[in-house]
Design a protein around this ligand. Structure first.
Ligand SMILES: Cc1cc2nc3c(=O)[nH]c(=O)nc-3n(C[C@H](O)[C@H](O)[C@H](O)COP(=O)(O)OP(=O)(O)OC[C@H]3O[C@@H](n4cnc5c(N)ncnc54)[C@H](O)[C@@H]3O)c2cc1C
Length: 253
């Protein structure tokens, strides 16, 4: 007699790839239209779990605000694993995907007027973008400092939209830090934790949302704690490679 599997099953949302956009060398935007009749809604800052045809899963943050139109955009980096090889290789418009979600706790709590720190690396700007656009759409105004880190100007995800919003809205302060900047770079140099350490002695009363490489998240959280941010006001999604997490986790299937 076979054992009964009591693990909870999450609903799968079928969807269609409706747009593919090259955002920067090695970074693509993929837009998904969730099938009609789906009740899928999410909070900006959350992620979904793509279920590949062979059952493997890949977590991806939602880079667009919830407009109630069952359409989401993901920002993906080409890291050389199976999923990104497929997305940067044979993926075509009209392909059918399915995903679980929404997942994650890094969404912005409503009715909280405290200043926000959005700290991102690489494609981690995507969910921060979703948060900024979602807040603008719902008319919520809070001071936001966005600190975004990337390797160099070539790998940088598009920042024009964020800069345009900041020009109109002084509540948003974007800051880009490059680790290996080109000679003409006039912005900050270093990693997000170094930039925070330089700029801030006291961050008490702030809420922080972190999205990006695990090393960045690991470096920034203790610094925020040392600068007075409460543990419960720090919400982080580390972009742990699936090969090191979901693929090796029995619960991941
Ligand atoms: C909550 C969460 C949200 C995420 N959101 C995003 C997102 O919005 N955009 C996104 O691109 N990814 C995101 N990721 C990572 C994503 O789930 C996959 O790791 C990514 O899609 C690559 O899948 P893959 O099969 O190509 O490679 P994986 O199987 O994940 O990894 C394959 C190999 O590449 C290496 N690798 C993976 N990622 C990196 C990296 N960033 N830098 C250097 N080497 C790497 C791994 O060590 C491994 O050797 C997120 C992860 C989590 C947990």
């Amino acid at each position: 007699m076979s054992a009964i599997d009591f693990r909870p099953r999450r609903a799968l949302h079928p969807c269609t790839v409706s747009a593919i956009q090259d955002l920067a060398p090695g970074t693509r935007g993929v837009t998904l239209d969730v099938d009609a009749g789906s009740d899928f809604r999410f909070r900006e800052g959350q992620y979904i779990r793509i279920v590949m045809p062979d059952g493997r899963r890949r977590d991806l943050s939602i880079a667009s605000p919830d407009l109630g139109d069952a359409r989401i955009t993901l920002w993906l980096r080409h890291v050389g694993g199976d999923f990104s090889e497929y997305v940067f290789g044979t993926l075509g418009l009209g392909e059918r995907w399915q995903f679980e979600g929404p997942l994650g706790d890094a969404w912005v709590r409503p009715h909280d007027p405290r200043p926000l720190l959005l700290i991102t690396g690489g494609t981690g700007l995507g969910p921060a973008r979703a948060i900024i656009l979602g807040m603008r759409r719902s008319g919520v105004r809070r001071p936001i400092e966005l600190i975004h880190g990337d390797a160099n100007a070539q790998s940088l995800v598009p920042m024009e939209e964020v800069h345009a919003i900041a020009e109109e809205d002084p509540a948003l302060t974007p800051l880009i830090a490059l680790q290996q900047p080109e000679p003409h770079w006039s912005g900050a140099t270093g990693t997000p934790d170094e930039v925070i350490a330089d700029r801030h002695d006291d961050l008490s009363g702030h809420c922080a949302h972190l999205f990006g490489p695990p090393a960045m998240v690991d470096a920034v959280i203790p610094l925020l704690r040392a600068r007075g941010v409460l543990r419960e006001d720090i919400h982080a999604d580390a972009f742990t490679p699936a090969a090191l997490d979901l693929d090796t986790s029995a619960q991941g299937r």
